[in-house]
Design a protein around this ligand. Structure first.
Ligand SMILES: *Cc1c(COP(=O)(O)O)cnc(C)c1O
Length: 405
């Protein structure tokens, strides 16, 4: 297969992100198709025995088995690596497959991992329950407090693991500070970049080592497939991730990879428009939420404690924000009064979606741990979509009114 005629990695790396998103990682077959082909094959055939022997020995490039390589998956990986500014990328079956692989491939019994307290429920489960089962020590800290990162370091600290913005509390981590600190102590940073995506934030520009994603969210962007990805240096991917990945099999299906690959072509447009809508809706709501005794958590609004940092390290602040209305009863009343915005625990979709994290995405956590990370009974999380902002504002106005906010 030819890559886009004559376009090797040296050329595609020079393109601007908008060009990379539609043309990076395009390999054309002899048919010259415009849209990238979907290779639904688990295996490969070879012209002779030596060819396959060389590939298995690592002496020749080429596909051997779709748990390890697939042309459609490879196109997705190349496009994501270009957008992220990473040397290499490996796609995964889901965001959680990516998080699990990114941690377990490099941590061993006796190592220590420092993780952000504010995190997606399943990410916290990995840190609180899975890693300790294998003798890996973990500490959970307030990721928005720079001094806590420093204080948590032990002689055996091997990994810093965090998301920014965090799901669903929208805590912002100081990428430059935390990555510099990690470098100084030879600690590997693993950044979950699901909320921003490479269209809005590229943690490697601040010195992050490993970026892991749920591509299910805004990278697909239309709520169709589960997908994930891990980016890192060529050396880290080959020597640290791949021995784990090739033998444990968190591989993405070529069909899902193809859907995300096509989604990336419009990622930047969607992410920017959804961010604009989110700021506009947040501005409309803020005074009313404050007056009712609640509060907004929106990195795009000046009231966010790290608004300046968020706007400095992100291109724009993303489609998701949260707000607290005091009680579960009131939160449910708002959800039940929505007519346009759907009740859904998904995010990143072009459709606006709202959920109550305490009873859904974070329901499997201990009450105290959930409260400590700021997921209160009155918290609602909103993914703002691509609908007309006037329709979104009308729906929110009605729903808040119905709940007496
Ligand atoms: C959704 C999400 C995940 C998990 O991704 P899946 O694709 O659902 O497995 C991990 N981290 C964050 C921040 C998320 O929002």
């Amino acid at each position: 297969m030819k890559k886009t005629t004559g376009m090797d990695r040296k050329t595609t790396q020079k393109w601007r992100p908008a060009t990379q998103a539609v043309r990076g990682g395009t390999w054309r077959s002899e048919h010259g198709e415009t849209s990238e082909a979907m290779f639904l094959t688990s295996g490969y055939t070879y012209d002779d025995a030596q060819t396959v022997a060389d590939r298995f020995a690592g002496d020749a490039a080429g596909m051997t088995y779709s748990r390890l390589q697939n042309p459609t998956v490879a196109m997705l990986e190349e496009r994501i690596a270009l957008l992220e500014g990473a040397e290499a990328c490996r796609a995964q079956a889901s965001g959680m497959a990516a998080m699990t692989a990114a941690l377990l491939c490099q941590l061993s019994a006796g190592d220590h991992c420092v993780a952000a307290r504010a995190a997606f429920g399943s990410c916290r489960w990995l840190v609180d329950h899975l890693l300790p089962r294998f003798g890996i020590e973990t500490s959970v800290i307030d990721s928005a407090d720079n001094s806590e990162w420093e204080k948590a370091i032990r002689p055996n600290t091997k990994v810093f693991f965090f998301e920014t913005p965090a799901n669903p509390t929208l805590d912002i981590v100081d990428l430059q500070f935390v990555c510099d600190l990690a470098r100084a102590h030879e600690i590997v940073t693993v950044v979950d970049n699901a909320f921003a995506s490479p269209a809005l934030q590229r943690p490697m520009e601040f010195g992050a080592d490993v970026i892991a994603y749920s591509a299910t969210k805004i990278m697909d962007g239309q709520g169709r497939v589960l997908a994930g990805a891990i980016c890192g240096s060529e050396e880290w991917i080959t020597e640290t991730l791949m021995p784990f990945q090739r033998n444990t099999g968190p591989t993405i299906s070529p069909f899902n990879a193809w859907v995300v690959h096509k989604g990336l072509e419009t990622l930047s447009l969607r992410a920017h428009r959804q961010s604009e809508n989110a700021v506009a809706l947040g501005r409309f709501m803020e005074e009313r939420i404050d007056a009712a005794g609640g509060h907004m958590r929106h990195p795009g609004l000046p009231s966010h404690p790290r608004h300046d940092l968020a706007t400095a390290q992100m291109d724009t602040t993303g489609p998701i924000f949260a707000f607290d209305v005091g009680t579960r009863e009131r939160a449910f009343a708002i959800l039940d009064a929505l007519e346009l915005i759907d009740i859904s625990n998904n995010i990143g979709d072009a459709k606006s979606l709202m959920c109550h994290p305490a009873s859904t995405t974070h329901a499997n956590m201990a009450d105290e741990a959930r409260a400590a990370m700021g997921v209160s009974e009155g918290l609602l999380r909103l993914n703002v979509g691509l609908e007309d902002i006037a329709d979104l504002t009308e729906d929110m106005d009605r729903a808040l009114g119905a709940a007496g906010v």
